[in-house]
Design a protein around this ligand. Sequence first.
Ligand code: ADP
Length: 487
Amino acid sequence: MAHSKALLVLENFIAGKFVPCSSYIDSYNPSTGEVYCRVPDSGKEEVEAAVKAAKAAFPIWSSKSPLERSRVLNKLADLIEHDLEAFAQAESKDQGKTITFARTVDIPRAVYNFRFFASSILHHMTECTQMATVGCVHYTSRTPVGVAGLISPWNLPLYLLTWKIAPAIACGNTVVAKPSEMTSVTAWMMCKLLEKAGVPHGVVNVVFGMGAKAGEALVCHPTVPLISFTGSTLTAQRITEKSAPHCKRLSLELGGKNPAIVFDDADLSQCIPITLRSSFANQGEICLCTSRIFVQRGIYSEFLKKFVAEAKKWKVGNPLDPTVDVGALISKEHLEKVRSYVKKAQAEGAQVLCGEGVDSLALPPGNQKGYFMLPTVIAEVKDDSCCMQEEIFGPVTCVVAFDTEEEVIERANSVKYGLAATVWSSNVGRVHRVAQKLQAGLVWTNCWLIRDLNLPFGGMKASGIGREGGKDSYEFFTEVKTITIKH
Ligand code: ADP
C-alpha cells in the first residue's frame, strides 16, 4: 500500500546487531488507523540465526556470577528509566493505550521487572537434608536451562516482555524473544540499550514477526528447551501441541473471565472507582480485567446506578492527551470483535446501559479513523450468555445480581477460565471464606492489581499452566538437580 509519511522500520536484533529482514509487515497506529511502522516478517531462517547466537552466548553468560548478572540488569533498568518518556510515547502510539497508563504503569513496571529480578537472583537458596543413620547429605543445585523462547502479547508490550526477559537472563539463560507483531516498537527500542547496559552479544535476541511463522519456528526449534508464553488460550493449545514432540517446558499465562463479587456490606466509595478501573483500564485489554460483576441484590440498583453514572464520565479520545481515560483498541478486527459481543447481548435481550450502541462517541479530528469504543455496561444478561462466558478483552463489563454467598461462588466459578477475582466486603470471615473457594490464581479483596512480584502469578483451568514470580520464575528458568553425598 502507498504510505504518505516516512515509516519507522524495525530490524531484528541478533547477536548484538540490528539485522534487516527480507520481508516486512505493516503496523498500524490504532488511534489514527494509519500504517506508521514496518515490522520484520521473520521466519525459520531468522529464528535459526537468533537461536544460534543465543546458544553461542550461553556458556559465558551462564558462568557469570548472579552478582555480575544483577549489575547488568540494574544498569538496563536505569537506562530504560532514563528514557521513560520516550518509551511511554512509543508504547501509547503503537498500542493505543493512554499516555498516562504507559507513563505510570507499563514503563515503570518494565523498569521494575529488571530491578526486581536483579535483586531477587541474589537471594535464592537451595535445599539440603541429612540422613544421619545412613551417613548421607542430600542437596539440590540449580543451573540455567539454556536458550529460552519468550513469546509475548500486544496488550502490555514492554511490561510483559520484560517480565519474561528479566528472570530468564537473571538466572543465566540466554533468550530469543518474539514480541507481538502488532506492538514491536518498545522491544526494538530496548534492544538499542542492551550494549550500553553491558548485556553481552547474543544474550538477548529479538525476532519480530507473526505468531504462526516466527513464533511457531521458535516453539518448534529443537535447541529451545523452554517456552514462556503469554497470550490466548487457543494459541497456547497450539504451542502445547507443537512443542510436545520436544518435551519442552512450558509456562502459559492465558485469558480470563474475571468476576468481581460485591457483597451488600462493601464500601461502595472504594468499590465503585476500583471496579471501574478493573473493568476499563487499558481499554479492558488486560487479562486481569473484571468482566462479570456480581452484586448482592440489596445494593444492586444503587451499585448499578452509580457505576453507570461514573462509567459515562470516562473520557475516550486521543491516547496522547493526558486527560483521556480510554485510548484506542489494538486493531480494527479486535474492535469489531468486541462490538459484536455487545450486539449479541442486545439480541439476547440484555440491557446495554451505557456505551456502545447507546451513547454517541465524539472523537477529535485526527482520530476519526481510530479504533475507539466507549466503556460499556451490560445488565440483565444470563450466566450462559457468551458475554458472561467468553473473554471479550475490551471495555465491556456485565453486571448481574445474586442472593447468597454459596450461589455467587458457584456462578463465579462456572466459566472455563480461572485467572483472577475480586471480592468486596467488610466482613473479614466472609472475605477469607470466599477467597478460598474461588477458582482463580489471584484473588484481590477490597482492591485490585496490587502485586508483590515475589508471589506466584498465573491462572487455573483454561487460564494457564504454571506460575511466574520471584521463586516460581527462578524454578521455571532453572534446572534442578538432587545430589547425594555419602560420607
Ligand atoms: P491474541 O489473540 O490476544 O492476539 P495471541 O495468542 O494470538 O493473542 O498472541 C500472543 C503472542 O503469541 C503473539 O506474540 C503472537 O504473535 C504469538 N503467536 C500467535 N500464534 C502463535 C503460534 N502458533 N505459535 C507461536 N506464537 C504464536
